[in-house]
Ligand binder design. Structure first.
Ligand code: FMN
Length: 215
C-alpha cells in the first residue's frame, strides 16, 4: 500500500504536472526512487527488450549544468518551431501553465532530483523511421509515466519536460551518456510536493476524442 493511499482512479486522475508545489528543501532518498523505479520497469517494452536506463541527477553542480541546458533549450532552441500546433486545450488556462512553467524555468536547478529517462538504440538512425521511432519511444514512455504515477502515490511530484533535448549531445557529455547509442527522452524534475491534494486536470470529454469504427 502506498503512503498516500489513493485509489487507482484517484491516482490516475490527480497525477499533475507539478512545478510550483515542488518542495525544493526536502531531500528525496534513494529508497523511494528505487521503489518507484521497481514499479516503473513493470511497464512494457517492444519484444520485452527492456532497453531503458534512468539517470538520476542529484549532484548540485550537475543539476545546475543540466538546468542551464534546459533553459538554453527554451531561450535558444536549435530546432525550428513547429509549423503549427493543434490545440484542443483551454487557451484561457495557458497563462497559468506559462506562469507555472516560468517558475520551473527559474528553479529547476534547485529541484532535488532531475530524472533523465533514456532508451538504448543500435543506431540513432532508427529515429528517422516512423515505425522504429514509435518502437523506441513506445519502449520508454510507459515506464516513465508509471514512474510518475508511483512517485505521486508516495507524495512526490513530477513534470514531463523536453527542452534540454535541444542540447541532448551537450547533456550526454555532461552526464557521461554514450550519445551514439543512448537516446535521452525527457527531463523529469522529482521532489516531494507541498501538500498532497491535487485535483483532476481540465481535459476534453472522452466522447470528443473517441472515434468508433471510422474517423
Ligand atoms: C510531451 C510533453 C512535453 C512537456 N513539456 C513541458 C515543459 O517543457 N515544461 C513544463 O513545465 N511542462 C511540460 N509538460 C507538462 C504539460 O505542460 C502538462 O502536462 C499539461 O499542461 C497538463 O497539465 P497537467 O498534467 O497538470 O494536467 C510537458 C508534457 C508533455 C506530455
Amino acid at each position: 500500500m502506498s503512503p498516500l493511499d489513493l485509489s487507482v482512479d484517484e491516482l490516475l486522475t490527480t497525477t499533475r504536472a507539478v512545478r510550483k508545489r515542488l518542495d525544493l528543501t526536502r531531500p528525496v532518498g534513494r529508497d523511494v526512487i528505487e521503489e518507484c523505479l521497481t514499479l516503473a520497469v513493470q511497464a512494457p517494452t517492444g519484444r520485452n527488450r527492456q532497453h531503458w536506463d534512468f539517470l538520476f541527477v542529484t549532484d548540485p553542480q550537475q543539476r545546475a549544468a543540466l538546468a542551464d541546458l534546459y533553459r538554453a533549450g527554451l531561450t535558444s532552441p536549435r530546432e525550428p518551431a513547429a509549423s503549427s500546433t493543434v490545440n484542443r486545450g483551454d487557451t484561457a488556462g495557458w497563462e497559468r501553465i506559462a506562469d507555472s512553467a516560468h517558475h520551473l524555468f527559474e528553479h529547476l536547478h534547485e529541484v532535488p532530483v532531475l530524472v533523465v529517462p533514456c532508451v538504448r538504440v543500435a543506431d540513432r538512425k532508427d529515429l528517422d523511421w516512423p515505425v522504429r521511432r514509435a518502437n523506441v519511444y513506445g519502449s520508454i514512455f510507459p515506464a516513465v509515466w508509471q514512474f510518475m504515477l508511483a512517485a505521486r502515490s508516495r507524495g512526490l511530484g513530477t513534470a514531463w519536460t523536453t527542452p534540454h533535448l535541444q542540447y541532448e549531445q551537450e547533456a550526454a557529455e555532461l552526464l557521461g551518456i554514450p550519445y551514439a547509442t543512448v537516446v535521452q527522452t525527457a527531463l523529469i524534475p522529482l521532489a516531494y510536493t507541498i501538500g498532497t491534494d491535487f485535483r483532476p486536470g481540465p481535459r476534453v470529454a472522452a466522447a470528443e476524442v473517441a472515434h468508433w469504427d471510422r474517423w
